[in-house]
Design a protein around this ligand. Sequence first.
Ligand SMILES: [Zn+2]
Length: 424
Amino acid sequence: MLARIAALALALGTAAAQQAPFAPAPPALGPHLPRDPAPSLAGDSSTPPPNMTLYPLSVGAGPRVALTFFSDGYTAPQEARFVADARALTAAVLDDGGAFGHVRDLVDVWAVFVPSEHEGLGKDAPLEGAPFGLYRHGPELRGVYPAYPGRARAACDYWRGAGTGGCDQAILLGNDGLYGGLGGEFTVITASAENGAQVLRHELGHSLIPVGEEYDGGEVYSGVNAERAENIQQLKWAAFLDAAPRIEDAKVPLQAYPWHDLDGGAWSAAFTSSGAGYTSALVRLSLSSIPRSAHLLVALNGVALAMHWADGSRDRRWVQVELPFGLAPGSWNVTVALTAEGRAAEAGQGGKMISSFEVIEYAEGFRKGGVGAYPTYDVRGHMTLRPTNEECLMRDVTYPNFCPVCAHGLRAALLKRIEKKKDA
Ligand SMILES: [Zn+2]
């Protein structure tokens, strides 16, 4: 008995030395998904999982960049559902009018089914028998992490080297109907009907172009869609400009990431508006588990904002309210609270959450459409420039397309990767 325990302790000790027993909490900032690193947990391996089945979803002739879905949390009887989910996501981004429609001739899309013992995502730890061990960290609809990145890497390597199929970018698809994912080495997404395709195209933008964010409050602003203010006369996207270069004047007086459960009480914040020259404004917030606008009250200095949705979904959602006459100069207070109907409603996963809240103010004469130079403020308030106001999915994840600069950058980056593949 003693010998068995000692052997077990030795085995555990070896595993613990190489792999964290549990993932540290990811950084909580930002309105969107966290990025790598995905820590490798005990149980990871450097060999691909057994029983992989390959499906071609959109495959053409000649060398192309291979995007490959891998299943996690789909049981053997759910194989057809996984393929249908991957096929629907592919159509959403690759069909005419989709964000990747203009590069359909440069990419192959494959799906690889790997059976899981249990369906769904892990909560705080991977489900037993899940090939890539996808799990949420906490209940919030935000990050979904692969516990076994080594196995995911090995699976992608396997198909890259195989005679048929391919894998230049692995997409780990979790069997879950609610928002979540991770950017970085692996694009991790869920089969959320509302958000799956949005997350997929935004995260693939990061991975393939590659570019940083265009929304406010992020960490990384780099690539073809970001420029320093002092380079206004030598913009990377000068060839795309619709007018002489100038920095459009917008301010962000409030940028907050409360991730606050409104069942615990209202959330409020104070800010000072930017002054008389700013004649219009936009309020942008994100929520989860608020299926109807009648459940929520958002007030600025006690005046309720008009919002409307009643789709019944408790998934993550983004809401925008235009303030065409702007904000009067001075002090402002914003309050977000549940109505009586909202308090009475049953909470979905992650709770009735106000996740992010932003106020943007526009100076008189601000050009809201076309390619120009628009200020973006990072999490520390530092400004960089982006090419369009709101016409890019790297800025507004609900917008269906890339801006012309990112779209061009995507095609150029894919062509470059294909050239490299030909040389290899
Ligand atoms: Zn863009």
